[in-house]
Design a binder for this molecule. Structure first.
Ligand code: DGL
Length: 266
């Protein structure tokens, strides 16, 4: 059985783990929430990169992972290139805001992007944006909104704060994007857990796009594994650098998995 590490600053990567469990039921997943250092979105690239290195080394040494899913847009933006250089023998699948699928499916060409300040300010995101605009055969307009505090509110499962921040950021976004915006990219793995609120605030004319399923399919390709339909799922191992109980509760709430989480020793 293959072992795959899945890593995020906190509980957000559970949105990717959910898709991975559905796509690859016969795989053992070790999920790490770096809760002691969350949120990553407002940390420096160097700090995020250092934590990503440390956790990857631990996942290799203690759990012998065959591949790593960097289930965090911010860590992918800041650390994936260096990580692939340091670990050339480890397949690493990253997560990036789904600009390309949004560009393909949007009818109006007016697309909103919600992500962390770190992701939107990164050179990697600038290149991704540039590629979509360059490749497009029609005018595309991306309105990008950094969402300080939103991942943290979702992390704390604070519904009033989540609602207030979603209202505030969507208001600013709609002023930029205009009434024709028909697609909203959830460019942070925490945001699918606020999808209901976001969807209600945006209205039915806006389609929300996230990356869980495409990342799970990519992981399957990388592992060269054929998922066994109907096979029994192996429960993931849950590790957190702080508050393991909060991770276990989030897994129960959002993935319907009832297992304890343990502390991460790095
Ligand atoms: N879930 C992460 C992301 O996809 C990080 C959010 C945060 O820690 O700020 O960007």
């Amino acid at each position: 059985m293959k072992t795959v590490g899945v890593f995020d600053s906190g509980v957000g990567g559970l949105s990717v783990l959910r898709a991975l469990l559905a796509e690859l039921p016969g795989t053992r997943f070790v999920y790490v929430a770096d809760s002691a250092h969350a949120p990553y979105g407002e940390r420096s690239a160097a700090e995020v990169s250092a934590r990503t290195d440390r956790i990857t080394a631990h996942l290799r040494e203690a759990h012998g992972i065959d591949a790593l899913v960097l289930a965090c847009n911010t860590a992918t933006a800041h650390a994936i290139d260096e990580l692939r250089k340091t670990h050339p023998d480890l397949p690493v699948v990253g997560v990036e805001p789904a600009l390309k699928p949004a560009a393909t499916s949007s009818r109006s060409g007016r697309i909103g992007v919600l992500a962390t300040r770190g992701t939107l300010g990164s050179a990697r995101f600038a290149q991704l944006l540039e590629r979509q605009i360059h490749a497009a055969t029609r005018p595309l307009h991306f309105s990008c909104q950094p969402c300080d505090g939103l991942a943290d509110a979702i992390e704390r499962h604070d519904a009033p704060a989540t609602l207030a921040l979603c209202e505030r950021y969507l208001q600013t976004l709609s002023e930029q994007a205009g009434p024709d915006m028909d697609t909203l990219v959830l460019g942070c793995t925490h945001y699918p857990f606020a999808a209901e609120v976001l969807s209600r605030l945006c209205g039915p004319q806006v389609t929300l796009v996230d990356t869980g399923t495409p990342v799970a399919r990519r992981t399957r390709q990388v592992l060269g594994t054929t998922a066994t339909a109907g096979g029994s799922a192996t429960p993931p191992l849950l590790l957190a650098s702080a508050s393991p109980d909060a991770l276990a509760q989030a897994a129960q709430r959002w993935l319907n998995i009832q297992i304890p989480a343990s502390g991460l020793p790095v």
